[in-house]
Design a binder for this molecule. Sequence first.
Ligand SMILES: Cc1cc2nc3c(=O)[nH]c(=O)nc-3n(C[C@H](O)[C@H](O)[C@H](O)COP(=O)(O)OP(=O)(O)OC[C@H]3O[C@@H](n4cnc5c(N)ncnc54)[C@H](O)[C@@H]3O)c2cc1C
Length: 386
Amino acid sequence: MTTLFPTSYESPWATEEVRSFRNTVRQFIQANLTPHQSRWRAQHHPDAEAYVKAGAIGMLLPDIGEEYGGGGGTFAHEAVVLEELARAGVIFGASVQSIVAHYIQKYASEDQRRRWLPPMARGELVGAIAMTEPGAGSDLQGLKTTARRDGAEYVIEGSKTFITNGLHAGLVCLAVRTDPKAVGPRALSLICIETKELAGYRVGRPIEKVGRNGHDTCELFFDGMRVPAANLLGTAEGQGLAQMMDQLPYERLSIAVAAVATAEAAVAITSKYVKERTVAGQPLLDYQNTRMVLAKCKTETQIGRVFVDHCIERHLRGQLDPVATAMAKYWLTECECRVVDECLQLHGGYGYMIEYAIARMWTDSRVERIFAGTNEILKEIIAWSL
Ligand SMILES: Cc1cc2nc3c(=O)[nH]c(=O)nc-3n(C[C@H](O)[C@H](O)[C@H](O)COP(=O)(O)OP(=O)(O)OC[C@H]3O[C@@H](n4cnc5c(N)ncnc54)[C@H](O)[C@@H]3O)c2cc1C
């Protein structure tokens, strides 16, 4: 079947300069990240050198100021990186790197920004954000890791789990309880820890997951770990929960952006597949069910695209509220999972084989409904606005 009505939609935030950045990122991913994906999945982490290479082409921290070594761009540049990684099906820690950098840019001292951000932009220092504990995921206020002030240092005891970039992380933005007696939002703080040769710091082996095994997701253990008190983020103890609530929308928007790009890629590869695959003498696309399913997937994906572009534009104007971000992450990741699942079904048994891109999209996308606030928690946030 020939394409009678080609669709033409371009994101309104895609300027000429952003398009050129996209070409650079796309070529870099094709040449330097895609070829290593199956090996990274097998070893459960990307190569550390990949960060340095990505830093060299400006793919890390694209929306952090140039004065701190970042790309000096906007969230449009960050969105390009997220989209290109998602479309290529590449699992890599660039997004977490940006998330951590935004905490530092906003809450660290000027000295700390100048110490940490440039090596992060160059990919020499990998960042992680560590909130979740075995007993505290959705309920962050239940976290038990403590930081006790001792002179000019904090002494940190506890553990974290499911920490992305955990293996390579040289800088961990750590959520801790600075006031063990306090209950409520003022009990928590964020402290940055420089992990290199840090006594009392230990990283567990990367955890075996359903998907996204190209990413190092680890447990972290802290046993009497001493960290300079100056590494507290913010002006005083007790600001941690507010800082996380302030920054989580950036992370949620990033996930929503990647979700739409994945759904688009799933529709594209499946449209190609159903034209090539013949069953009982005719291409799969000639079966009405195939056309109906893909028409629905393409329409839902297009609705998602328009919504996420609207969110990106509002974010670029500084007007995106946390409720809209929660809606974007919740609805777009569910849309992504529906679309990817339908597309997998159209691949038949091949869709279940990990060598097929659609199978990897299926396993990789599922967690997006869980991390950075489960979709149930996000619906609660949306409901607070009713
Ligand atoms: C691959 C992966 C990478 C991750 N990376 C990171 C990372 O880099 N840093 C980090 O800190 N964390 C990370 N996480 C942790 C992730 O953010 C948590 O898994 C998530 O917040 C959910 O917490 P939980 O797993 O403890 O689930 P739970 O909180 O135990 O939730 C279990 C179920 O209960 C539901 N639930 C909980 N509370 C409510 C409520 N109030 N109302 C209705 N339903 C509720 C949830 O929606 C969920 O369905 C990662 C997780 C995964 C799987």
